[in-house]
Design a protein around this ligand. Structure first.
Ligand code: F6R
Length: 259
């Protein structure tokens, strides 16, 4: 794991976006795994700026998103499909037919998830997977107690995730947050060739500590990334504040990135 620690989330988001821009320039057919939530928004803004400045094109890029709420159609303003269209896809030159988000309205959710896994496989696997982290250490919607080998499937959200998501979205109304989602599994995520995880703010400090310096455990599903050999964790100072070796990580990653 490489832990990049920046002063601000804007700085970290720019570095992460530059990594994606460089990868897409090198391989215009890059397959991206994408995340929703508040965390990746500044990075998506930077990615869109690079497209506007004609530094890169996403016309041959394909994307698969991590998750979607069960029961929300893609037209619902709190669905993850809607979020992606607004925060990224409409701002870059990607073909919408090349973007994939799990269908939360699928009649047969299990089949939907199997189909999703098969599509990713057919595309040659995910080259770069973007992740956020939940305050309980989840990646995608893989909550504590989920197998670290899990595949894409139906998952059940914890009260703390429902609370976090209501605070940031759903106008604060907890009873409107769906309790189930379709989510890529931890095992599915770990198969990506490269991982870029973003974590910002005090609220993520315990989760980051668990992910980086805790044992590998189902209790913090992000800790599975300790076994990934190309995982980049972009933090601001607040989310990195509980890391014992934070000065070492910051120096090592800055040196590797030539900063
Ligand atoms: C989103 C996702 C989640 C979020 C996590 C953090 O697609 O899979 O794991 O990344 O819940 O959410 P924010 O960024 O809103 O704090």
């Amino acid at each position: 794991m490489e832990i990049v620690i920046c002063k601000t989330k804007e700085e970290a988001s720019k570095l992460a976006a530059d990594m994606i821009t460089a990868a897409v320039k090198k391989n215009p057919k890059t397959v991206l795994g994408l995340a929703t939530g508040s965390t990746p928004v500044p990075m998506y803004t930077e990615m869109a700026k690079a497209v506007k400045a004609k530094k890169v094109s996403y016309k041959d890029v394909k994307t698969w998103n991590l998750d979607e709420y069960v029961g929300l159609p893609g037209t619902h303003d709190q669905s993850y499909r809607y979020f992606m269209n607004k925060n990224l896809f409409e701002k870059i030159d990607i073909k919408i037919s090349n973007t994939h988000v799990l269908n939360g309205m699928a009649k047969d959710p299990v089949k939907e998830c199997e189909k999703y896994e098969a599509q990713i496989k057919k595309a040659g696997g995910i080259d770069i997977q973007v992740l956020g982290i939940g305050s309980d250490g989840h990646i995608a919607f893989n909550e504590p107690g989920t197998s670290l080998k899990s595949r894409t499937g139906v998952v059940y959200l914890t009260p703390s995730t429902i609370k976090d998501n209501a605070r940031l979205f759903f106008k604060g109304k907890e009873d409107e947050v769906p309790t189930r989602a379709l989510s890529m599994g931890v095992g599915t995520i770990c198969e990506a060739k490269k991982i870029i995880l973003l974590a910002f703010g005090k609220n993520k400090a315990d989760a980051v500590k668990g992910m980086v310096e805790g044992g590998i455990s189902q209790f913090c599903t992000a800790s599975a990334l300790q076994e990934h050999n190309d995982a980049w964790i972009f933090c601001d100072e607040e989310s990195a504040s509980k890391l014992k070796l934070r000065n070492y990580y910051a120096w090592r990653s800055a040196t590797k990135l030539g900063l």
